[in-house]
Design a protein around this ligand. Structure first.
Ligand code: URA
Length: 246
């Protein structure tokens, strides 16, 4: 027997937290009875579970890496009709959801899956899965400013955790530089806010690595499925809770 919200998340309905909300709002039935509390356990092989009146189905689990272009919303639907990341997944029939988010103007590595448990594992703040970005800025920030980013910098939602920060490339005329930054938290617009704080707002931001996964040569707007080994590696990585850099 498993908790109802866990079974719903495993069936790819949504994240476990969203599934709890679905239960509390009376959208979930088990064997014909609406369940509105969170303690209920079910046997997914035997019990008939419906969400909004529709029986849940256990889809094959898929894990997708997308090279998100900029100008695309990290969502599966936009009421205003703007481009969303799932527009780029034409060959995927399973209902996958983004694991975390990249800003509209950020490009690079985005994971999507219909495995809600896996998504929760990777996004849980206590697992500190590192994310590496290339931040393009005008000019060349002084090393002492990069030290501030490394040590942690005060933002309106608190001080950032230590980060790894290196010069990645500097144009010969020193008019532009690319800084690689690895952060161990996933706060909203965090990297952009960190660079704004040191007076070097980013002009372009690209995520090139998420935990052990690298974007590599995957072309912009294209996706690929993760191998079983990659999924295992990610899972093992997230389970190690000592990923914090200090
Ligand atoms: N930090 C940002 O500022 N934006 C992103 O999209 C991801 C991390």
């Amino acid at each position: 027997m498993e908790r109802l919200q866990k079974v719903l998340a495993q069936a790819g309905i949504a994240s476990r937290r969203k599934c709890e909300e679905l239960i509390l709002s009376g959208k979930v039935e088990v064997n014909g009875k609406v369940v509105t509390t969170l303690g209920v356990k079910v046997n997914p092989a035997k019990d008939e579970i419906r969400v909004n009146g529709k029986p849940i189905q256990f889809e094959k689990k898929v894990y997708v890496m997308l090279h998100k272009p900029k100008g695309v919303i990290t969502s599966v639907h936009d009421p205003q009709g703007r481009r969303v990341v799932t527009d780029y997944l034409k060959g995927i029939t399973e209902r996958v959801y983004p694991v975390g988010r990249l800003d509209y103007d950020t490009e690079g590595l985005l994971l999507l899956t219909n495995d809600g448990e896996f998504a929760n594992l990777l996004m849980h703040p206590s697992h500190h899965v590192p994310r590496t970005y290339l931040a393009y800025v005008k000019g060349v920030p002084h090393g002492s400013l990069l030290d501030k980013l490394r040590e942690g910098i005060m933002l309106e939602d608190g001080k950032t955790a230590p980060a790894e920060v290196e010069y990645y490339d500097v144009s010969p005329d020193q008019k532009e530089s690319v800084i690689s930054i690895t952060v161990y938290e996933g706060r909203n617009r965090q990297v952009r806010r960190m660079f704004e704080k040191i007076g070097y707002p980013v002009t372009r931001l690209k995520r090139i690595q998420f935990g052990p996964l690298v974007l590599g040569g995957l072309p912009r707007g294209k996706y690929r499925l993760l191998s079983d080994e990659e999924v295992k590696e990610l899972r093992d990585f997230a389970h190690k809770t000592n990923n914090v850099h200090n």
